[in-house]
Each structure stands twice: as structure tokens, then as C-alpha cells.
Write a protein that binds this ligand. Sequence first.
Ligand code: MN
Length: 137
Amino acid sequence: MSHKVLYIEDNPDNMLLIQRALQARGYEFLWAANGMTGIAMAQSHRPDLILLDINLPDIDGYEVARRLRSTTDKHLLYVPIIAVTANALKGDAERALAAGCDVYMSKPINVRELWARVMAYLPDPNAVVSLNGRTNK
Ligand code: MN
């Protein structure tokens, strides 16, 4: 069963980098290019994980996180949100956590860090757990 990841990001280069990385490992990838579309897609597609850019063309990522976390939909209340921040040194990270994100990564995106963050919530769908409990790749 594949995991569904929604990436809310207006920069196509970042989007393509993450799309390729996730699809290569068998994750299902969804993309929204602005905050309002991202919220609508989160509601309709119910992703297992959300990657959230902070600087978006309409509402910012903090507002996206606040709106997702203020619904009565339990899935959206608890779905893991990883903020992808451009200005970690300027307090973006703290603001992202305060808005309801679970963790943050700073740009430029480092694919190794992406894996560490994603795998903490969604184990690699290509890793098959056999009946004796061992993991085979
Ligand atoms: Mn952006």
C-alpha cells in the first residue's frame, strides 16, 4: 500500500525535486501550487503526510497549518505536517511549530534530510515486511 504525500509549494523546481525523490521510492505524490488549493486537496485526498512551503502566493504556510489544525476533521487535525522554511534563522521554524506543524526543514532542500523526516512518519513503501518480521528491500 503506497503512502500519499501532498506537497504545497509554489516553486516548480522544489516541487520537481521532491516529486522525483518520492515517486522513485513508491510514494504517491500530490502537488498544490498555493495555500487554498492545498487545503482543498488535503480535504479531498486525505494525504498521509503534508510537506508545506511557508512562502506561498496566497495565504502563507502558517495560515495553511492553522486552518488545517482548526477543522473538526480528525484526519486533518493529526496528519503530520513538515514545514519547509526558507528563513529558519529568522524564526520561521518556531512560527511553523506554533501554527501546528510537527517539524520543519530548511531550504535549500537536502534529500537526505527529507528522507529522515518523511521516514519518521511514513516508512518506505518499498520495504516489505515478511511474515517472520524481517524487513526485505
Ligand atoms: Mn514558496
